[in-house]
Design a binder for this molecule. Structure first.
Ligand code: AMP
Length: 213
């Protein structure tokens, strides 16, 4: 089964996808993670992608699609996967429909104030790339990663001006996917206005959504 998770940046879909991947046998494929890995490894595609990512813009479709299809060709994806961060526009949705059939789409919906609050306080570990939120899931010690002791910093794409661009890009490019998948009858809305203490409830909601249709 192939499940796509869509929603604005900061809506919590990455967090939910990680939990759902542990509960199901499906790997969590996040194009943002694949791109960051390519950037860190300084591959040809990674170098090209980084200038777009740093500005909060979408990486050109052919770059991200190539990286995605290389990953989904791996054996662990043969029974399905949870796709997070792709498609980001209707052109990408049409492109992947030539390679595989999307079975379900979970659309995470949250209020704008919640999204901005979540996006504004994020920091990342320089060493292991773990992400923290200074209010919602703070590290035990300021500026230091709980997992590996690495230094925490605000990534270029976590800065306020880039966050604004990412939200605009979502409205213009990604939101039209809601109609695209609603018309196919495979979209399920998930209320994503949750706090970290409600994560179990939302996880159950997602699991139920994966069973229906
Ligand atoms: P994310 O971690 O999903 O927020 O992605 C981080 C950044 O990677 C985005 O702001 C984009 O620059 C880029 N990116 C991730 N997925 C895609 C995609 N499907 N299409 C284009 N750019 C993407």
């Amino acid at each position: 089964m192939i499940t796509v998770l869509i929603g604005a940046p900061g809506v919590g879909k990455g967090t939910l996808a990680t939990i759902l991947a542990k509960k199901t046998s499906f790997p969590h494929i996040a194009t943002g993670d694949l791109l960051r890995e390519a950037v860190a490894n300084k591959t040809e595609l990674g170098v090209k992608a980084s200038e777009y990512m740093d500005q909060g813009k979408l990486v050109p479709n052919e770059i991200v699609t190539q990286i995605l299809l290389e990953r989904t060709a791996n054996d662990d994806c043969k029974n399905g996967f949870l796709l997070d961060g792709y498609p980001r526009n209707v052109a990408q949705a049409e492109t992947i429909s030539n390679s595989f059939k999307v079975d379900k789409v979970l659309n995470f919906v949250a209020d704008k104030e919640n999204i901005i609050q979540r996006l504004s306080g994020r920091v990342t570990c320089r060493k292991c790339a773990a992400v923290y939120h200074l209010q919602n899931s703070p590290p035990k010690q300021d500026d230091i990663c709980d997992k590996c002791g690495g230094e925490l910093y605000q990534r270029e794409d976590q800065m306020p001006s880039t966050v604004k661009t990412r939200l605009e890009v979502y409205e213009q490019e990604t939101a039209p996917l809601i109609d695209f998948y609603t018309q196919q009858g495979i979209l399920i809305n998930i209320d994503a206005n949750f706090g970290m203490d409600e994560i179990e409830k939302i996880t159950e909601q997602c699991e139920k959504a994966l069973e229906v249709l």
